[in-house]
Design a binder for this molecule. Structure first.
Ligand code: IVH
Length: 706
């Protein structure tokens, strides 16, 4: 095969054929990566092919093709679907893997609700369908919008496609005037096999698994293609409704069934964790015969009034959990260990593997976590794998749990090559040569190069433009990498001056590889669209260590405006004082996160870079909970003593939802003390300070929750 022939030895005819082949292979890989979200090769393999293409072109300039891969940066993003804002956010589920996690889930709910261990508490248990979620909005019984989950707030409008799915009724009778039905679109095993056989007959690429086939089929711009694909739909929940569907989850499912939706027939009511785990085992046993893919079992509190009391964390409900099936395993050869430098400087070892199929997906890379993990010990000096280390050349066991990156579980010492040597973890950054230091108590080694390390800068930029962050159409990881390499974008602020600097008549950008007049214009428009951005997104985009999506949204909702937030960070600079305490008081913000956040926001270079960025942006205020009419909005409350009608956690969550701050101790800043029986020194101090003290009943009356 021509692939094996070294570039220097290619004849002209071979070179021409090889350029044609590479143009085709790379174009497909590009589309798979950018448009279909289903990469068909690793980045390294892609880069190697692109380098080979460039080397051949350098040797035979006359053979360079009009559609040369060298001139293409990335495929256009999937365009064309209108965006739909979900009236009620589409959340995800917390995951559990072990039976103990389920016992803890039940215990946590009981604690929150103040229920004893013996009080009855029923849950529904149903399969977790491995497809993609869809929200169907019915108004006056008619299907008016169908939208994918997207980022949970905004999805793609796929109404025309949903209309082609037989399980989705176009109109329903006897439903509330407004009803959003939520569920999972999936493809059965039989339909998947038949579809792949048809793909093969036509010379089209087969789908890797039913989930990809379902996603690819639903997200077709041409609804006639979706119509020809056998998609199905199970309803499992709802979003906005103008009237309650029922009083229980089970009742609501029955109601959805009556309205004409498919609900999963294995849905069962279970009392307590033991019954849940029994049902899980039964479903796990039947898994292979169901005829469609499931990746676990979902448990939900049955009583909807309890669901309402339990409410939500930032992105997951407290009243539900996904009990996932164990990971799938496979053995393969460890070919090499590469070190990647992340945006916070962490050196992460990546295993390069002989390709192997794990749970229907070809795996070539896996994470090795950190140097201790490779060496066979944990961060506290205990043994992992009974102390067996991992060496290049070893035969290793790979597993995938859920959609997470593959991991290495174990190593087979009987197959270790005689010349394998223990892996030596680098002590300098492979990207910038700076010292790579491991701080006491940290499990990872970090490059000390900071902003001078190109790998950190690029990774931060990639994070900045990623989907959950700025999500600028046409500016993905590959593009920012290229812009960084050429010095056009060094930090996030540069994205917003790109047009001013290089957009002159679009000439300069147009001359870049892969950019034409239209794509350049589209890029500038896409950038302009993001000049207005939500507080939580920009905070998440900064890529501050320990400050993920959930934390960003909590913090944004707490401070409301960017100006208030930055002023608070400045006041908390010394990691002490009232603003520091206030930050620590946010439910979900711990000391490690708070320290990282304040340090990043007040370190002079970092802050200057952030200020340069926000100078180009309008940061939208975060929607604080609707507290109009709330008697405690903006007030600082302290709870003390025993509460009898609800637990501390619930009282705190409710007070916060009404716009109050809940503090742990009484000070001159306290507005109100809610004291139950047994209140001691706090109540005394409050009286001394002249602070109003009320009991639990007065509190419930005040907030209208008797
Ligand atoms: S309930 C508030 N029930 O799993 C969230 N989700 O990991 C309500 N899924 O985005 C989700 N089967 O797409 C629920 N029986 C089931 C499900 C299910 C599949 C998906 C759903 C969700 C994801 C969360």
């Amino acid at each position: 095969m021509s692939e094996e022939i070294a570039v220097e030895r290619l004849t002209e005819a071979q070179a021409r054929a090889e350029l044609a082949r590479l143009a085709d292979v790379l174009a497909r890989a590009n589309a798979a990566y950018h448009v279909e979200d289903a990469p068909v090769m690793s980045d390294a393999a892609f880069d190697a092919l692109k380098a080979r293409n460039a080397a051949i072109e350098a040797r035979f300039p006359a053979l360079k093709r009009a559609d040369s891969p060298s001139d293409q940066v990335g495929a256009a993003p999937a365009e064309g679907f209108a965006k739909t804002r979900h009236s009620v956010r589409m959340l995800s589920l917390a995951n559990a893997f072990e039976a103990e996690d389920i016992v803890e889930f039940d215990a946590r709910i009981r604690r929150y609700l103040g229920l004893s261990d013996s009080a009855p508490l029923a849950y529904t248990s149903e399969p977790k369908i491995d497809g993609l979620s869809l929200s169907l909005r019915y108004e006056a019984g008619h299907l008016v919008t169908a939208a994918t989950r997207g980022d949970g707030e905004t999805g793609e409008n796929v109404t025309a496609n949903a209309h082609t799915i037989a399980d989705i009724p176009a109109w329903i009778e006897g439903a509330p005037d407004i009803l959003e039905v939520r569920g999972e679109v999936y493809m059965s095993h039989a339909d998947f096999e038949a579809l792949n056989a048809r793909q093969a007959e036509r010379g089209d690429k087969p789908f890797a698994n039913p989930r990809n086939a379902a996603a690819g089929s639903l997200r077709q711009l041409d609804a006639t293609i979706t119509a020809a694909r056998p998609l199905r739909f199970f309803a499992y929940g709802w979003g906005e409704t103008s009237a309650p569907l029922a009083a229980t989850q089970m009742g609501a499912m029955a109601r959805l069934g009556d309205l004409g939706f498919q609900t999963n027939p294995l849905t069962t009511l279970c009392n307590g964790p033991t019954a849940l785990i029994d049902h899980y085992r039964k479903i796990e046993q039947d898994r292979a015969t169901l005829g469609y893919d499931i990746d676990g079992v979902v448990y939900k509190v049955n009583d909807l009034s309890l669901q309402a009391r339990l409410g939500f964390r930032a992105t997951t409900p407290r009243w539900a959990i996904a009990h996932k099936f164990p990971a799938e395993l496979a053995w393969t050869r460890l070919v090499a260990i590469d070190i990647q430098v992340g945006r916070t400087g962490a050196l992460s070892p990546v295993a390069r593997l002989g390709p192997v199929t794990v749970g229907g997906v070809v795996v070539r890379n896996a994470t090795l976590h950190n140097e201790d993990y490779i060496a066979g010990r944990d961060s506290k000096g205990g043994l992992i794998r009974e102390g067996r280390d991992i060496r290049v050349g070893d035969w290793v066991q790979v597993y995938r749990a859920g959609d997470v990156i593959p991991k290495i579980a174990d190593v087979d010492l009987s197959k270790r090559p005689a010349d394998a040597t223990p892996y030596r973890f680098p002590e300098t950054c492979p990207e910038c040569g700076s010292e790579a230091r491991r701080e006491p108590g940290d499990s990872v080694r970090r490059c000390m190069g900071g902003l001078i390390c190109p790998a950190q800068a690029v990774e931060r930029l990639k994070h900045f433009v990623s989907r959950a962050a700025f999500d600028i159409e046409g500016l993905g990881a590959k593009q920012v990498e290229a812009f960084y390499r050429d010095g056009w974008i060094r930090e996030p602020a540069d994205i917003f001056t790109l047009e001013a600097r290089y957009g002159q008549g679009l000439q300069q950008l147009k001359n870049r590889e892969g950019w034409g007049e239209k794509s350049a214009k589209n890029l500038f428009e896409a950038i302009d669209e993001k000049r207005k951005i939500s507080f939580s997104r920009i905070l998440f985009s900064l890529g501050i260590r320990h400050v993920g999506e959930q934390a960003s949204s909590l913090i944004a909702r707490h401070y409301g405006t960017w100006a208030e937030f930055t002023a608070a960070m400045d006041s908390a600079r010394a990691l002490q004082g009232p603003e520091w305490e206030r930050l620590l008081g946010i439910d979900g913000v711990g000391e490690v996160m708070a320290t990282s956040l304040v340090q990043a926001m007040t370190e002079p270079h970092e802050r200057a870079s952030i200020d340069r960025l926000t100078a180009h942006l309008e940061v939208e205020a975060a929607a604080r909970p609707d507290t109009s009419g709330s008697p405690v909005a903006g007030k600082t409350l302290v709870f003390t003593g025993t509460l009898e009608k609800m637990t501390r956690a619930e009282a705190k969550a409710r007070a916060e939802a009404l716009g109050a701050k809940v503090a742990g101790s009484v000070s001159a800043r306290t507005d109100l003390l809610i004291a139950g029986p047994g209140a001691g020194s706090k109540a005394k101090k409050a009286v001394e300070l002249g602070i109003e003290v009320i009991d639990e009943d007065a509190w419930l009356a005040l907030v209208g929750a008797q």
